[in-house]
Write a protein of this length. Structure first.
Length: 226
C-alpha cells in the first residue's frame, strides 16, 4: 500500500478502545477513536478506509450508525462490527445494515488484525478515499486543508475551513449554531454563538458569489444550499 490506511474505532469501553488503538497503530494503521456513535458521526467519515464499530453502546447503536453511514452519508466505507451478540438474527441484522464482517467478543487482537487486513485487501478498500468536498465552484480538499473558488486558491483560517467543510458535508441540511460550536470549537472554553456568526460572515466574503449559498435561519442555524 502506498498510503496509510485510516481506521475509526467506535466503542464505549475505554480500555478496549485503547487496546485496539495501540495494537492496530503498531501494525502501521492510522487510528482514530470515538466513544459513541454520536461522536463518530461528527468525524470526516469519508476519509476512513474502515470502521470498527461496537454494536451495543449507551446511546445510538452500532447498527443505527451503520444504517446512517450507508443511507444518509451514502458512504461505502467497510464496516466491521464488534459485539457480544451471537444469534443468527443479530448476524443478519449486521449484514443487512451494511456490515462487511462481524467479530464476536471476547476476541483476540490477532483475530482483529487478520480480519482488518483481509477487509483492506478488498478492491474497494485499496484506493485512497475521496477527500474532496465540492459545490459548484467551491472545492475543499480535506487532506491538504486547501480551498479553491473557481479554481483560485482562497486562504481561510482554521475555523473558517472547518465550518465550510462541515457545511459541505451536510449540504442541504441546517446545522445549529450550538452544533457548529461543539464540532469546531470543541476544545475551546470561552466561545459564544456570536463566534459562529462572525466566522460565517467572513467565510461568505471569501467564497465570493457562492457566499449567497450559505444561508442562515433563525432557530435552525446555517446551511449550504444544494
Amino acid at each position: 500500500m502506498d498510503y496509510t490506511p485510516r481506521i475509526l474505532v467506535v466503542d464505549d469501553e475505554q480500555d478496549l478502545r485503547e487496546i485496539l488503538q495501540f495494537n492496530l497503530s503498531s501494525e502501521g494503521f492510522h487510528i482514530d477513536v470515538a466513544s459513541s456513535a454520536e461522536e463518530a458521526l461528527t468525524k470526516p467519515l469519508e476519509t476512513y478506509h474502515l470502521l470498527l464499530l461496537d454494536v451495543m453502546m449507551g446511546g445510538m447503536s452500532g447498527y443505527k450508525m451503520a444504517d446512517l453511514v450507508r443511507k444518509e452519508h451514502k458512504l461505502d466505507v467497510p464496516i466491521i462490527f464488534l459485539t457480544a451478540k451471537t444469534s443468527e438474527n443479530d448476524l443478519l441484522t449486521g449484514f443487512n445494515v451494511g456490515g462487511d464482517d462481524y467479530i464476536v467478543k471476547p476476541f483476540s487482537i490477532k483475530e482483529v488484525i487478520v480480519r482488518v487486513k483481509a477487509i483492506l485487501k478488498r478492491g474497494r478498500s485499496t484506493e485512497q478515499p475521496n477527500t474532496t468536498l465540492e459545490s459548484d465552484g467551491v472545492k475543499v480538499d480535506v487532506e491538504s486543508k486547501s480551498v479553491t473558488v473557481d479554481n483560485e486558491l482562497v486562504n481561510l483560517t482554521r475555523k473558517e475551513f472547518e465550518i465550510l467543510a462541515l457545511l459541505l458535508r451536510n449540504k442541504g441540511k441546517f446545522i445549529s449554531r450550538q452544533e457548529i460550536l461543539d464540532r469546531v470549537w470543541s476544545n475551546d472554553v470561552i466561545v459564544t454563538e456570536r463566534n459562529v456568526d462572525v466566522n460565517i460572515a467572513r467565510l461568505r466574503k471569501k467564497v465570493g458569489n457562492y457566499g449567497n449559498q450559505i444561508i442562515g435561519r433563525s432557530g435552525y442555524g446555517y446551511c449550504f444550499e444544494k
